[in-house]
Design a protein around this ligand. Sequence first.
Ligand code: 13P
Ligand code: SF4
Length: 303
Amino acid sequence: MNEKEMILEIKRLKEEKNAIILAHNYQVPEVQDIADIVGDSLKLSQEAAKTDADVIVFAGVHFMAESAKILSPDKKVLLPVYDAGCPMADMVDAESLRLFKKENPDIPIVCYVNSSAEVKAESDICCTSSNAINIVKSIKANKILFVPDQNLGSYIAKHVPEKEIILWEGFCITHHRVRNSEVEAAKLNHPDALVLVHPECNETVVKKADFVGSTSQIIDYANKSANKKFIIGTEMGVLHKLRKENPDKKFYLISPALTCFNMKKTTLINIYNSLAFEQYEITVEEEIRQKALGSLERMLELS
Ligand code: 13P
Ligand code: SF4
């Protein structure tokens, strides 16, 4: 089967199975192009909660497909590559949170959606990079634990100074490695470009940015801006939409290290196999699902 035939087969299978393909902004261009919806973590969880498809093919990483299953338990949720995971999500576990709660029963836990169902189940509310500040502001307590991303956590702390945010030591292996010197070099090379970064980047990089936001917020900002040049501080997958939607603008990636190899594992063949053989099905134990659902629903209500 060549690529053209595969695309036709994917479309046929999608109809036959009443399936929807959701893809994250970090997916490879051909996967984004075949998807029904491409977006950031918030948009994708909103879509997963409201779709009437029977099958959701989630082109992303494990925690995203798991969130879709938590929100839509009666649907078959498929992750096309079984080991597409998020190393940051693995940096916190439910047992550590149970221990924390035992010692600090009055401190609510806010978890980034980049976390397992078990961690969501032990948390009070979830957030994504696009709503994190508002979610934390909405919490009554003055002190909260934020897991697992220390960089997003300190970004929130700067914007919600009235609260004390206890940080976890997790980080995104892709964003965290962007160096200050790389931002400086990019600014020197493109002095009239605006710097747009994801809050998963470290504090010194975030400080140098003209705009900080989720993947979709970065894309929106560039789409609406009158500026013609942008230095991009998030995973390279966003360049596809940015360039497609703004052929007259120039985009420069801060660092070639901004590639998430887990997000890049999914190809068209995986999407085809996923639909054809209904693989790899994501399941969540019902008791955990119920508790994790509470954290996700509280977030969606506030978004
Ligand atoms: P957003 O698309 O919500 O900005 O998420 C970024 C990310 O790293 C997902 O893994
Ligand atoms: Fe996880 Fe970072 Fe990859 Fe997102 S970009 S999936 S946070 S490792």
